[in-house]
Write a protein that binds this ligand. Structure first.
Ligand code: TYD
Ligand code: MG
Length: 451
């Protein structure tokens, strides 16, 4: 007996599927939206016949070839350099140094590969870019500048010669002929980005687009923009500091764990290689309330100095102030010290600060914070040359942290001789003495120096 096929209908608004054709969709109540659903092909046939379906293991895999930007920190964040045909979007606050970084990269690709590079500037005049190029000493025979906001006109220059790389500064400043609206409107930004992506793919050269960000830190324009490109980088820094952080938010060609640090100098951005030195002054004079730790920013270990001050309170409710550590976390750790170590905290105002403006999210900062709080309250310094790595639970127990070997290696490199860690930690690295503890009380015993 032949099986009767049932016609199905799908709503073009909400995707609701039904077997009776009605005027109104039962799913979303929209009128006249039901259409006949085409019958799905049988799975086995579809697999055999479709030219687009392939067995993954039969595909030829080659690591993408990379073009070095000549800036090691940038290459590392990109996952090893620029990828031909790949498009990167870099966002950051105005004045952070996006144009400077990309002009430096464009200049060094042009010089190192001796191949033409095009820098398209829709924001600054020729004179402004030229002045900056000479200031950062990046001008070369092969570095070309297009100043103007017509995208088609700018990209047409790429047909003249075989270019090796191009930069678009910025995606919000360009217009594309057949789109209406001011530069920076959603439809313009989308069309400009799509055209840049098509151009990079077609010519098989890497491209970087600079993007403005909105007040809440997102790249201005459609959210789609971040989905369209291969890599999204975020360039940030604190207003008062000359240090700049570069992180990958999305990377189709590498990890998003790397952190690049630069310092803005007179002649452009200089890479910072000793990152731990940034937040740590290496002054070993033992002061009560100071504990050292090695935090992780992605894959980068950074030495951090946690400082606590305890001052006798004049208020009925003692103050708790935190910078660089979440206030709730600080209050919780203070309560742990009070209850589990029998150190009274309620007659003191407590302030905690991570030196250098670093913000620690990592739970490994719990143990050094507790050590700093106890040291401040007892007014006794902690043993010098010691760093603290551990998460602290409500019962006062010390838990292991992630990537302990990487952190210990950095601690040893910086000259620490002892690390206080959880007794449950599995350690391979042997270059530093470890003190294994299972409870906060145990961790503090003997490490507070009696005067
Ligand atoms: P810029 O690259 O124009 O920032 P963005 O493109 O992200 O808006 O950088 C602007 C700031 O950098 C400016 O305030 C001056 C400073 N700067 C230096 O300190 N040294 C330099 O060599 C350069 C080129 C800029
Ligand atoms: Mg700029």
């Amino acid at each position: 007996m032949a099986i009767k096929t049932i016609t199905k209908y799908i709503c073009s608004e909400c995707g609701h599927v039904t077997t009776t054709k009605t005027g109104k969709c039962p799913g979303c109540n929209a009128w006249g939206t039901l259409e006949e659903l085409p019958e799905a092909p049988k799975a086995s046939n579809a697999l055999k016949n479709s030219p687009h379906v392939k067995i993954i293991s039969s595909l030829d895999v080659k690591a993408p070839e990379r073009i070095s930007t000549g800036i090691e920190e940038l290459d590392r964040v990109l996952g090893g350099g620029l990828v031909p045909g790949g498009v990167t979007l870099i966002g950051g606050q105005p004045g952070i140094g996006k144009s400077t970084l990309l002009l430096q990269a464009a200049g060094s690709v042009a010089k190192n590969y001796n191949a033409p590079v095009l820098y398209i500037s829709g924001e600054e005049s020729e004179a402004q870019v030229a002045l900056r190029a000479s200031r950062i000493n990046t001008a070369s025979e092969k570095l070309f500048l297009y100043s103007g906001s017509g995208l088609e006109d700018a990209l047409s220059n790429l047909d003249r010669e075989k270019f090796s790389f191009f930069v678009l500064d910025s995606v919000q400043a360009m217009t594309i002929g057949n789109e209406t609206g001011w530069p920076g409107t959603i439809s313009q930004v989308r069309a400009v980005a799509q055209r840049v992506i098509d151009c990079a793919r077609e010519k098989n050269i890497p491209a970087v687009m600079i993007g403005h960000i909105t007040k809440d830190g997102k790249i201005a324009g459609p959210m789609l923009l971040e989905h369209m490109v291969d890599t999204v980088l975020n360039f940030s820094g604190e207003g008062y500091s000359s240090y700049r952080m570069l992180r990958a938010v999305k990377n189709r060609y590498g990890s998003t764990d790397e952190l690049g640090i630069f310092e803005m100098q007179e002649d452009g951005l200089a890479p910072v290689s000793d990152k731990s030195g940034l937040y740590w002054n290496r002054d070993d004079s033992a002061v009560a309330g100071v504990a050292m730790t090695i935090a992780l920013e992605g894959n980068t270990p950074l030495a951090a100095e946690i400082q606590t001050l305890a001052a006798r309170t004049v208020f009925p409710y003692p103050r708790r102030t935190a910078r660089g550590i979440e206030l709730n976390r600080f209050q919780l750790l203070t309560a742990v010290i009070d209850r589990r170590c029998n150190i009274s905290t309620n007659s003191h105002d407590l302030y905690i600060n991570v030196a250098g403006g670093l913000s620690l999210q990592d739970p490994s900062a719990d143990l050094p914070s507790c050590a700093a709080i106890a040291s401040a309250l007892k007014n006794l310094p902690l043993k010098a040359g010691t760093c603290w790595l551990g998460e602290v639970g409500l019962a006062g127990e010390i838990r292991p942290v992630t990537r302990i070997d990487l952190r210990l290696k950095e601690a040893a490199r910086l000259g620490f001789h002892t690390a206080v860690v959880s007794s449950k930690e599995k350690i391979k690295f042997a270059g530093i003495d470890t003190l294994r503890v299972s409870h906060i009380d145990e961790a503090l015993a003997g490490l507070l120096v009696k005067s």
